[in-house]
Write a protein that binds this ligand. Structure first.
Ligand code: SF4
Ligand code: SF4
Length: 229
């Protein structure tokens, strides 16, 4: 199916009246809401947990934390947990660990890039990226779909810097996926090697807290990663 392609200064038919009490796209999402380093930076810099405890990678991904590690296209990445209430029936579906009792996002201002994007998808080109409206938008019940400027919808300051980061991050993941896939299929990479590469990947890009200048720090970590240090 052909999609209309947009850039971030275009208007797309995505407005849904502030979701009007609906939280369907925060429910039953499995392990699909994967965090990138910018998301981890936003959570660890801004989120205060019970008792005012600052969020760290270790706390967020602990057994009781709101995140877990999931396998996605051969890589291990942090993603948001879907949780099921203990009193719920056996066939109940999980809801996002950040969804509050009123069915609203408890981290709305610092929600992940994927949450900000929905119901848009992203397509990556060599040095640009574009947007399209997802087919069926995973069953979003809103029929409103008023035109909204995409950069206002995503609402992350400095979209040019953010998109440059996304492009680099996409390239790093793609290159690592190919290396692991080729190494594993040729038998040159053992499971132990893959595990050790993924541990280093998580340590470089996620575990250590980011300072105030995310983009400069991300660039430094890319250098570290590419040098293999
Ligand atoms: S983080 Fe917020 S917007 Fe994203 S799925 Fe969870 S509740 Fe919904
Ligand atoms: S499914 Fe649509 S209306 Fe419901 S929360 Fe998601 S974007 Fe909003």
């Amino acid at each position: 199916m052909n999609h209309t392609i947009y850039n971030h200064t275009d208007f797309a038919p995505i407005g849904c009246d502030d979701c009007n009490g609906c939280s369907k796209c925060c429910t039953d999402m499995g392990e699909s809401i994967v965090l990138d380093p910018y998301d981890m930076y936003m959570l660890t810099s801004n989120l205060k947990l019970a008792g005012g405890m600052p969020a760290t990678y270790e706390i967020l991904t602990s057994e009781d934390g709101p995140l877990t590690l999931a396998s996605q296209n051969g890589l291990i990445l942090p993603c948001i947990k879907m949780v099921v209430d203990e009193a719920a029936p056996a066939d109940a579906v999980g809801t996002c660990a950040f969804l509050n009792k009123n069915g609203r996002c408890s981290i709305h201002k610092i929600r992940t890039g994927l949450c900000r994007l929905y119901p848009l998808g992203r397509t990556y080109h060599e040095d640009t990226l574009s947007y399209f409206v997802l087919d069926d938008a995973l069953g979003c019940p809103s029929n409103l779909k008023t035109p909204v400027k995409i950069e206002d919808w995503i609402a992350i300051p400095d979209m040019d810097a953010y998109e440059a980061f996304l492009l680099k991050w996409h390239a790093i993941k793609k290159s690592l996926q190919s290396a692991i896939c080729e190494g594993a299929s040729s038998g040159q990479m053992t499971m132990q090697t893959v595990t050790s590469i993924m541990s280093r990947f998580l340590a470089v890009f996620y575990q250590k807290p980011y300072g105030k200048d995310f983009y400069a720090e991300f660039a430094a970590r890319v250098s570290l990663w590419e040098k293999g240090i």
